[in-house]
Design a protein around this ligand. Structure first.
Ligand code: UTP
Length: 281
């Protein structure tokens, strides 16, 4: 779970001791929600990639053992050289087989906890794939902010997963190969280590995971993409607007306080609507 990034988009909140991955999202921390999701999908060993500055918070908080027999290990990324570099830091600790990459700043609302990652791992195994990724539909006007998959012709679009042949990072909307954007959960075969080592930094000086995934696909690896299902929502907590929404979404679902918060919000919004009516009258 890469969680070493600087969180510059959330400054000054993240300038001091608080990593964005440790922000509360409702009554759980973002990383706790992701750990819960991965544990529910059947994962029992989690390697956090953290910066030295986050040892005091993330490592101290999680320790070596979680609930349900989950164990934690920590890899250090000392310089922020991108997501691909962060994943590469975990090589020694990740074991010999395929593994999941779950971005530490994306939480999912799911009707069945862990359901998305479980479907992703199942599709990856069933298709004997080298690269698997969760994907979400994004309107054309916003697609250029994401990694976008190229579906294989006749590759099963409309089913529980689709075959893909490429991923294009931040395409111009008119060049986007689909409206399916990478959604913060990946599963990769161990061949990724070699591809990551061969990946040179991109324009921004960062080693991109997407570039290594492209190498795997271009060298004959099979790719699968699993679209988010009904009721599955991805929340990115790395920007204030989407973090606020993530907090609100989970707080509103809270068993104890959600209904009360909903009533309060409705009353408050109605009240401010009538204030606006008064002031515009
Ligand atoms: P982001 O690019 O969203 O995180 O990476 P960031 O770099 O912290 O964001 P800004 O742009 O500065 O606000 C997605 C995930 O990958 C991790 C981040 O911690 C985040 O959870 N990451 C990113 C690393 O672990 N190392 C990196 O070098 C970059």
């Amino acid at each position: 779970m890469p969680a070493a990034g600087l969180g510059t988009r959330l400054r000054p909140l993240t300038s001091g001791v608080l990593p964005k991955e440790m922000l509360p999202v409702g009554r759980r921390l973002a990383l706790e929600r992701i750990v819960d999701e991965l544990a529910a999908s059947g994962i029992r060993r989690i390697v956090f990639v953290i910066s030295p500055a986050k040892e005091d918070t993330i490592r101290r908080h999680f320790g070596e053992r979680g609930a349900d027999g989950v164990t934690f290990a920590y890899a250090l990324q000392s310089e922020m050289r991108g997501l691909g570099d962060a994943v590469l830091r975990a090589e020694e600790l990740a074991g010999a087989g395929p593994f999941v990459v779950a971005l530490g700043d994306a939480v999912f609302e799911e009707p069945a906890p862990g359901g998305l990652t479980l479907r992703l791992v199942d599709a990856f195994s069933a298709q004997n794939a080298s690269v698997g990724l969760a994907v979400q539909r994004v309107p054309r006007e916003r697609i250029g902010r994401y990694g976008v998959v190229r579906p294989a012709p006749g590759g099963g679009a409309g089913g529980p997963f689709l075959a893909i042949t490429d991923i294009v990072e931040k395409p111009a909307p008119e060049d986007a190969p689909s409206d399916l954007a990478a959604a913060a959960r990946y599963v990769v075969a161990p061949g990724i280590w070699d591809c990551l080592r061969r990946t040179r930094p991109g324009k921004d000086g960062e080693i991109q995971l997407t570039d290594a995934l492209r190498t795997m696909l271009s060298e004959g690896g099979r790719g699968v993409a699993v679209p988010l299902g009904p009721g599955e929502v991805r929340h990115d907590i790395g920007g204030l607007d989407s973090y606020f929404r993530a907090f609100a979404a989970f707080a509103l679902r809270d068993e104890e306080h959600g209904a009360g918060l909903g009533q309060w919000l409705r009353a408050r919004l109605n009240h401010s609507d009538s204030d606006e009516e008064k002031s515009s009258a």
